[in-house]
Design a protein around this ligand. Structure first.
Ligand code: PAF
Length: 292
């Protein structure tokens, strides 16, 4: 049987593990997660494993990235299942700190990337990215990894983290893992377990809408309003879904692209959408034109 990863909960033990690994001359790859691991996470771990000698996975449901009315309390948690899933992949250690360890009393220092965090998901989740960049910056300081892997499924998060790393000179290479999908196209997400059977069926509309827009773009459609209208219709056709946003944007700076009235799309285009199925928020994205 594969041995389970070492479970580290305290900062001192983490620093000792990191120092011992470094003393052996081995590189470290970090895969930050919030647990409830699925095949999408495991593909990020495999990517880290190919590129680093030692892989460390963090499992921490980070409270600062949830808004007051969001699903922190019902976010799925399954540490034992996660450890079993990681064992065959050769993950050496899992860092799973308590809230008190990550946010000691009177914690008041945050890392925030400006501008690109107020659009897309940042509109309905105004404090989300500040929570993400704060916890990721802390993890980078604690682990000092050579590389860290993030999924393209959370596209805005990936771009924001890359910007933080560049702006604050973190010596960490950021690798992106492609989105892993169910056979019907739904992007894997820990939150999918909260969907009712009906919501689960409707949720396939996200990927269908993105694929249709990409197809129509490839056929020559350049009118952003028409492309978005098409996607909107497909999602609104599902009674279980309520759109939060649906946008075409610049893949690097995340700014919106011009809509309609001769404002045909040009250059690289990315599309993302966020949709509520009951209380569960689903996101997905796709490169519509230009290189991934
Ligand atoms: O993508 C996630 O699971 C989280 O946002 C992350 C990067 C682990 C930070 O809590």
């Amino acid at each position: 049987m594969d041995s389970l990863p070492l479970v580290i909960q305290e900062i001192d033990a983490l620093r000792q593990f990191v120092a011992a690994t470094r003393a052996q001359g081995r590189s470290i790859g970090l895969v930050p997660t919030m647990g409830a691991l699925h095949q999408g996470h495991l593909s990020l771990v495999r990517l880290a494993k190919r590129r680093a000698d030692c892989v460390l996975v963090s499992i921490y449901v980070n409270p600062t990235q949830f808004g007051p009315k969001e699903d922190l309390a019902r976010y799925p948690r399954d540490l034992q299942g996660d450890l079993l899933a990681l064992a065959p992949l050769g993950v050496e250690a899992v860092f799973t700190p308590s809230d008190r360890t990550m946010y000691p009393p009177n914690f008041c220092t945050f890392v925030a990337v400006a501008g690109m965090t107020t659009c897309l998901c940042g509109v309905s989740r105004p404090t989300h990215f500040r929570g993400v960049t704060t916890v990721v910056a802390k993890l980078f300081n604690l682990v000092q990894p050579d590389l860290a892997v993030f999924g393209e499924k959370d596209y805005q998060q990936l771009v924001v983290i890359r910007r933080m790393v560049r702006d604050l000179d973190f010596p960490v290479e950021i690798l992106a893992g492609v989105t892993v999908r169910e056979s019907d196209g739904l992007a894997m997400s820990s939150r999918n377990v909260n969907l009712t059977p009906l919501q689960r069926r409707s949720a396939t509309a996200l990927h269908r809408a993105l694929s249709t827009v990409r197809e129509r773009y490839r056929e020559g459609e350049r009118d952003a309003s028409r492309l978005l209208g098409l996607a909107r219709e497909m999602v609104e056709g599902e009674p279980e879904l309520r759109i939060d946003y649906l946008e075409l944007f610049d893949p690097y700076e995340l700014h919106a692209l011009p809509l309609g009235e001769g404002g045909g799309l040009e250059g690289p285009v990315h599309m993302a959408l966020a949709v509520y199925a009951g209380n569960t928020r689903l996101i997905d994205n796709m490169r519509i034109s230009g290189e991934d």
